[in-house]
Design a protein around this ligand. Structure first.
Ligand code: SF4
Length: 256
């Protein structure tokens, strides 16, 4: 499905970093290179950039290195930092290529990089994730701010706009085949129902989104919290899907 629609999910992680940078008073230009209408050649029309940041999963890592090499040919002295899941799982590999490699969540570490940190950069986790600004979706191209394919696959295509949003960071489980424990160290933090639903409301008001994919590793982790979220969502006329470990689902959760 991603091959058919690479913009199906907005790049939430990078948009979170962008919103943090904006909050701290920096100017940010954002390029989603999965977007066919973009291209690395467009990056260099912003030669005034003081720092380039790239996010990549493992499947996109080789492309990230190519982009870094292109940037370095044009602006050799400007640092290029990488974050995202591949950097968290294989920091030593990234450290050989990039000026800075951010491991784990990036909002605190990106500020350290701006202040001059280089090499592998880590930070303590942010305990209260309600303090983070909502992802800076407005930095995306107008047409890419929502997805018309948020539930994935032609069967579920619709004229209704949708988006991704997450109510937690991390997962308390440690499945051996999963990269989540490497990224989040088995720790989980929850947004308050009000903060989470506030973001959904904002996306609905600004972009008309009615369909949502909750991309938490495991959405229904605390039963009462789910009930509280559902109470807030009920008057909003939205549809959603979420990720979950099957053992977390029971009649009570489904009825909420
Ligand atoms: S429950 Fe899901 S997200 Fe958590 S470790 Fe297992 S596979 Fe990964």
């Amino acid at each position: 499905t991603f091959l058919l629609d690479p913009l199906m999910y907005p790049p939430l992680g990078a948009l979170h970093i962008a919103s943090k940078l904006l909050q701290e008073g920096h100017e940010v230009k954002f390029f989603d290179l999965r977007d066919y209408q973009m291209g690395v050649e467009n990056l260099v029309v912003y030669p005034q950039a003081d720092l380039y940041g790239i996010t990549a999963s493992t499947s996109g890592y080789n492309e990230a290195v190519k982009i870094k090499n292109t940037l370095k040919k044009i602006r050799r002295l400007v640092p290029v930092v990488i974050g995202g899941s591949h950097a968290s799982v294989r920091p030593e590999e990234c450290n050989k290529e990039f000026d800075a490699t951010i491991v784990g969540e990036g909002e605190t570490s990106i500020m350290k990089v701006i202040d001059g940190a280089r090499g592998i950069v880590t930070s303590p986790i942010i305990k209260d994730i309600d303090t983070l600004p909502y992802p800076a979706r407005h930095l995306l191209r107008q047409e890419a701010r929502v997805s018309y394919n948020i539930f994935g696959g032609q069967k579920y295509s619709t004229n209704e706009a949708g988006s991704t949003v997450t109510s937690t960071r991390g997962c308390p489980f440690e499945c051996s085949y999963c990269c989540s424990p490497c990224i989040w160290a088995g720790k989980i933090r929850f947004r308050s129902p009000e903060n989470f639903v506030g973001e959904i409301k904002e996306i609905g008001e600004k972009y008309g989104a009615k369909r949502f994919k909750f991309v938490d590793d495991n959405f229904p982790l605390k039963k009462q919290r789910i009930i509280d979220i559902m109470d807030l969502l009920e008057p909003m006329d939205i549809q959603f899907r979420c990720h979950t470990k099957t053992s977390l689902v029971n009649q009570e959760v489904l009825e909420a």
